[in-house]
Ligand binder design. Structure first.
Ligand code: SF4
Length: 302
């Protein structure tokens, strides 16, 4: 049965409230925006960045502190980019904005061989341009539209391919210490954002203009997470909660937890790396670890 107009309005009101609440929670919990901040909202023309801008504009009216918003789009000169769409939209909303025109598309096409993924270089170039703009215009926060599902996908990319336990933080200081990058949608589900963008009828610019597909492996991970979501939605929720509930004492990073000092009665002795007869150090390191006894595993798992 098709929902009535009234039911649709109620659904949309609930959705908008949920998104505003999640953005508000993220801002408060991670101190994303402070009084007097100049927030540069990076607008690509996709559903996420439109939603980010929309919700921030809404919150700005009711926020406990006053802050400034400027939308910034980088026109990378991809063939067919409809350059009129964003200015028309932003003017209609009365939002202060800038369009930076820089042909990174040609650079990427020239440097990356045909068939290889272009996103790595493309995003590095984009980041450099946006950081420079932020510095030149006194922007104190750079807001990006990444959401909960981007964060989870990044977590698994790093687990599967980076060998490290890290995702995408809601707030990040750039390597040179000059920029604070914020992700106010960090607690929002992609499905909510997609529904919101559809209901608000944002003039979406397709993200396939550059001819590059989303990074293959990221896409595979998204499919894996989508399948988990269908099988057991609670699993995704738990996974997401887990990255905000970390117990370094139950992981294995000695830089985060002083395992060596734990229960030590004296300075820990060195010289435990006994050479393996007939193997050099590299061979010994790559040798298969011995299977651990099941009884020992269960005893020490907690
Ligand atoms: S999808 Fe295209 S525009 Fe987006 S990062 Fe990749 S190469 Fe750049």
């Amino acid at each position: 049965m098709i929902p009535s107009r009234r039911e649709q309005d109620t659904e949309f009101a609930k959705l908008a409230k949920r998104l505003r609440r999640n953005v508000g929670r993220a801002i408060e919990e991670y101190n994303l925006i402070e009084a007097g901040d100049r927030v540069m909202v990076c607008l690509s023309g996709g559903k996420d960045s439109y939603t980010l801008l929309d919700i921030l504009l809404e919150l700005q009216r009711k926020a406990p502190v006053s802050f400034h918003i400027r939308a910034v789009n980088l026109d990378q000169k991809q063939p067919g980019f409809p350059a009129h769409v964003l200015p028309e939209y932003l003017r209609s909303r009365g939002v202060e904005y800038d369009i930076i025109e820089q042909d990174t598309y040609s650079i990427v096409k020239r440097v990356i061989p045909e068939g290889r993924t272009t996103c790595g270089l493309c995003s590095r170039l984009r980041r450099g341009i946006l950081y420079r703009y932020a510095a030149e215009h006194g922007m104190t926060r750079i807001a990006l539209g990444h959401h909960r599902d981007d964060i989870l996908a990044t977590l698994f990319l790093n687990l599967f391919h980076g060998g490290s336990l890290k995702a995408m933080p809601p707030k990040l200081l750039s390597d040179d210490g000059r920029h604070v990058v914020i992700r106010p949608l960090a607690l929002c589900r992609e499905i909510d954002i997609a529904r919101y963008a559809e209901a608000r009828a944002f003039p979406i610019i397709p993200c396939t203009l550059c001819g590059s597909q989303e990074h293959q492996e990221r896409r595979r991970i998204r499919e894996m997470l989508d399948a988990w979501q269908r099988e057991s939605p609670k699993r995704i929720e738990n996974l997401f909660n887990a990255i905000g509930n970390v117990k370094p004492s139950h992981l294995m990073d000695s830089a985060l937890h002083d395992f060596r000092g734990l229960g030590a009665r004296a300075t820990p002795a060195a010289g435990w790396l006994v050479p393996v007869p007939g193997m050099n150090e590299e061979e010994a390191d790559s040798a298969e670890p011995l299977p651990r006894a099941a009884s020992l595993m269960s005893e020490f798992e907690d």
